[in-house]
Design a protein around this ligand. Structure first.
Ligand SMILES: [Zn+2]
Length: 270
């Protein structure tokens, strides 16, 4: 027989085992030092602190993101070469890391992407967070969108980002669900649980989408290069209200398209 306390403890440890909480550092804002020190970010998107005045590789790099995806110049990626394993989430954290809003600290089965390494063997990287930009960062043959989402996979060394434009559509998509509590986190360091999110629906989207791959950088300081970007030509969606609410919180957190030099399809960075 177990005492009531022992039973309660067993129940808690079983829940913890099931939850399998994945907590990994996010790359973009923490690399800039603000989350670690609880300070305001060292960069911004206003004219006074414009994206083109950012430090280090942001200013000196030759393969900076975002870019205009020129479909005539960048090869179509063969979707068969990428395995996206994003099981549905039980819960996650919607966090305001001003100037970014992230979905992170996933509860559920591990999520990852597998693809052939550019050099040899296979690359398997966990999905550690996804985040939003309003409006778009990349353009596709010059086309714009009111919002863009970046799914960041990394082992802290190699980085693979799946990105897509997001357009307005009626109804409730998995991104609407992920952002349902956005009004409750208007300021930095605020967060809310998301509840379940159908990640598998978004995995299906990327499995079918025409994808363009190029080698770029993080789009926030320190703008580290060697990031493998896959940008979908088709769009994900949110409803009008979600876009309005997210835009109120993020305002403009989109880096302008950069003067990328070199071979779009270059494979020397990884
Ligand atoms: Zn991003």
């Amino acid at each position: 027989m177990f005492s009531k306390t022992a039973l309660a403890l067993l129940a808690i440890s079983a829940q913890q085992a099931l939850a399998h909480v994945v907590v990994l550092p996010d790359l973009e804002t923490r690399a800039a030092g603000h989350a670690a020190h609880n300070e305001a970010p060292k960069f911004g998107y206003t004219t006074l602190n414009a994206a083109n005045g950012w430090p280090a590789q942001c200013s000196t790099g030759k393969h900076q993101s975002p870019i205009d995806i020129k479909t005539s110049a960048i090869n179509l990626f063969d979707n068969k070469d990428m395995i996206i394993e994003w099981p549905d989430l039980k819960n996650a954290k919607l966090a305001n890391h001003n100037p970014g809003v992230y979905v992170e600290e996933f509860e559920g089965q591990p999520m990852r992407v597998r693809l052939p390494s550019v050099n040899d063997g296979n690359l398997t990287l966990p999905l550690v967070q996804y985040h939003f930009h309003t409006p778009h960062e990349h353009t596709i043959d010059g086309k714009k969108a009111p919002m863009e989402v970046h799914f960041v996979h990394t082992d802290s060394e190699k980085i693979v980002v799946l990105g897509a434009h997001v357009d307005v559509k009626e109804g409730s998509s998995p991104l609407d669900k992920a952002l349902a509590r956005i009004n409750a986190i208007p300021g930095a360091h605020m967060s809310e649980p998301t509840g379940p999110i159908k990640m598998s629906e978004m995995a299906e989207f990327f499995k079918k989408a025409p994808l363009r791959r190029y080698f770029g950088s993080l789009t926030t300081p320190p703008c580290t290069e060697g990031v493998q970007f896959f940008i979908a030509e088709t769009k994900l969606s949110v409803n009008k209200q979600t876009l309005a609410d997210l835009t109120t919180v993020l305002k403009n957190n989109a880096r302008p398209v950069t003067a990328y030099t070199g071979n779009w399809n270059g494979k020397t960075d990884l």
